[in-house]
Design a protein around this ligand. Structure first.
Ligand SMILES: Nc1nc2c(ncn2[C@@H]2O[C@H](COP(=O)(O)OP(=O)(O)OP(=O)(O)O)[C@@H](O)[C@H]2O)c(=O)[nH]1
Ligand SMILES: [Mg+2]
Length: 356
């Protein structure tokens, strides 16, 4: 999965990005602020680390999440909007958008539109997403109209899509996101290839000053999930040796780094869960959308396992941890043999039985 960090100029995107990327130890060339940066980070998972201690495998593989840091969008004029537009494709190819908006005071950093107003910045970005989608929908309608005039093609199908596109225009002109207008399975299918921006989950990151951090912050901002953090402090934390981070965080009244909080908020935003596989060779965490069946989850590992699926030997991590090992979990009756249609739960430890 890929998450795109976007926002007005100088809101702290690259600072936050570096804090997240540094935590995973990847060196990064940040010398070109006008270029996108991409980093893959390992998803921290206490359950996986615990299992790795039990199995002592040759390899421990956490799930991964990619973060894309885009240049700031200056939407005050046409030139800036054109520059922002270059990045729409990369945003469409991301599963989630994180809006980084400025709430910190820092006289050394120029303000966008002469203000520090995170709510207004969020509104502006949301509106820009609507414009981007409207442009796509309008282009599509022109194409559909042209193909209606041609003698070939499935006219009924084209008309059905026209109706949907007309409804999307109404929605967007009403300043509502496309996610509001798409409900049925058929509509989801018809719009999937467009990857509309206003259909993507959004997380708001309010980049605050240090003193605003420990105060009681609401968990919603403009009706959307949000995180309050200080990108600058996070970068300082990321530079500390791992063993000193806990104490530093505690002094600030925090219990985890923003990177960790951001990753878990992204999992929630896109409705992702993890299941685990164990063995002498490898202990590994796998990412799947909530609601995935056992056979589809098997396909994540290898298509052979899905094809030759017999049973998924499954135990919830908590039950396994309580029992101490597989033998204990079996003795306690916690290990189930699930079929193809079983819906995998977050933290399931699965041992696939298959035959190819
Ligand atoms: N005081 C304070 N300054 C910050 C914070 N986050 C970022 N800054 C400063 O703001 C300036 C811009 O930070 P960047 O991380 O480069 O911002 P950006 O959003 O990547 O900027 P563009 O990519 O140019 O849009 C830098 O000088 C940072 O040191 C913060 O949390 N507090
Ligand atoms: Mg930047």
């Amino acid at each position: 999965m890929r998450v795109a960090l976007i926002g007005p100029p100088q809101s702290g995107k690259s600072t936050l990005f570096q804090a997240i990327a540094a935590g995973s130890g990847s060196g990064m060339d940040m010398s070109r602020p006008d270029q996108p940066h991409l980093a893959t980070v390992k998803v921290p998972d206490e359950r996986l680390y615990w299992l790795a201690e039990q199995f002592n495998p040759k390899k421990t593989t956490p799930a991964e999440l990619a973060f894309l840091d885009l240049p700031g969008f200056d939407l005050t004029g046409d030139a800036g909007r054109q520059r922002a537009k270059i990045h729409w494709a990369a945003m469409r190819q991301s599963e989630m958008l994180v809006f980084v908006v400025r709430a910190f005071e820092n006289d050394a950093v120029a303000t966008y539109r002469d203000r520090v107003d995170p709510a207004a910045d969020v509104e502006e970005l949301l509106t820009e997403m609507l414009f981007a989608d409207l442009e796509q929908v309008t282009n599509r309608i022109a194409k559909l109209e042209a193909s209606l005039k041609k003698p070939v093609g499935n006219k009924d199908e084209i008309k059905r899509e026209m109706e949907l596109m007309a409804r999307l225009v109404e929605t967007l002109e009403d300043e509502r996101p496309i996610s509001d207008a798409i409900a049925t399975e058929a509509e989801i299918k018809m719009t999937a290839s467009f990857a509309f921006l206003s259909q993507k989950p959004v997380l708001i990151v309010v980049n605050c000053s240090e003193d605003a951090l420990a105060s009681d912050n609401p968990e919603e901002f403009a009706g959307r999930p949000c995180l309050y953090l200080s990108a600058q402090i996070e970068e300082e934390i990321a530079e500390l040796p791992a063993e000193d981070r806990g104490e530093f965080l505690a002094d600030l009244g925090l219990d985890s780094t923003a990177g960790d909080r951001l990753i878990s908020a992204c999992y929630q935003g896109v409705d992702l869960i993890s299941f685990l596989t164990t063995g002498e060779d490898e202990c590994r965490a796998w990412t799947i959308p909530a609601g995935t069946t056992a056979v589809d989850a098997a396909g994540e590992i290898h298509s052979d396992i899905a094809r030759g699926f017999i049973r998924a030997e499954t135990v919830a991590f908590d039950d396994y941890e309580t029992a101490g090992d597989m033998k204990g979990a079996k003795a306690a009756g916690k290990v189930r043999l699930e079929g193809k249609a079983y819906v995998v739960q977050d933290g399931d430890i699965i041992n696939y039985r298959f035959n190819v």
